[in-house]
Design a protein around this ligand. Structure first.
Ligand SMILES: [Zn+2]
Length: 179
């Protein structure tokens, strides 16, 4: 296992459509998945997509254990999503905060579908069908975007909420708590 270098904003690998994975069982693919999991944990991400570690492949890993951004949510065990397709189950969208390991030091509010269905393959190549809502649905949509060359900045309606961490704590987190 190895911690991989994360590609950041401006790197063209973040802006192209990732290739589908055909031979999921291949040792190099399995090694990449293990390394992505280790990298996500090292940098305390709740998700990581292969283009973020310079590999243009349709693989994302998600794990929301002890997520400080959603303390009320149950933790979600490690999920590996390969070649995913997403179908919204509702027109309803919700705006909430997002950050990204590839866009360090910035957060912003993004609209996402509240409930989605995912059709994908797991790391053994078996079909994976799951329904997701709320924060888990948001993370999957964020990671899926990475696989189509899209970043959360592209999904913001405008940049009024784009915020550095210190200002987030100072101006935004407090507002949220005060409602
Ligand atoms: Zn991201």
């Amino acid at each position: 296992m190895a911690i991989l270098k994360v590609a950041v904003l401006g790197n063209p690998v973040l802006r192209v459509l990732a290739e589908p994975v055909r031979n999921i069982q291949a040792p190099e693919v399995q090694r990449l998945i293990d390394d992505m999991i280790e990298t996500m944990r090292e940098y305390r991400g709740v998700g990581l997509a292969a283009p973020q570690v310079h590999r243009s492949l349709q693989i994302a890993v998600i794990e929301e254990e002890k997520n400080p951004d959603a303390p009320k949510e149950a933790s979600r065990p490690l999920t590996v999503v390969i070649n995913p397709r997403i179908v919204p189950l509702t027109d309803q969208m919700e705006e909430d905060w997002e950050g990204c390991l590839s866009i360090p030091e910035l957060r912003g509010k993004v609209h996402r579908f509240k409930e989605i269905e995912v059709e994908a393959q797991d790391r053994r190549g078996k079909p994976l069908h799951l329904k997701a809502s709320e924060f888990f649905a948001r993370v999957i949509q964020h990671e899926h975007d990475h696989l189509i060359g899209t970043l959360f900045l592209d999904r913001m309606k405008n940049f009024e909420t784009l915020t550095f961490p210190a200002e987030f704590t100072r101006f935004w987190a407090r507002h949220e708590e005060e409602g």
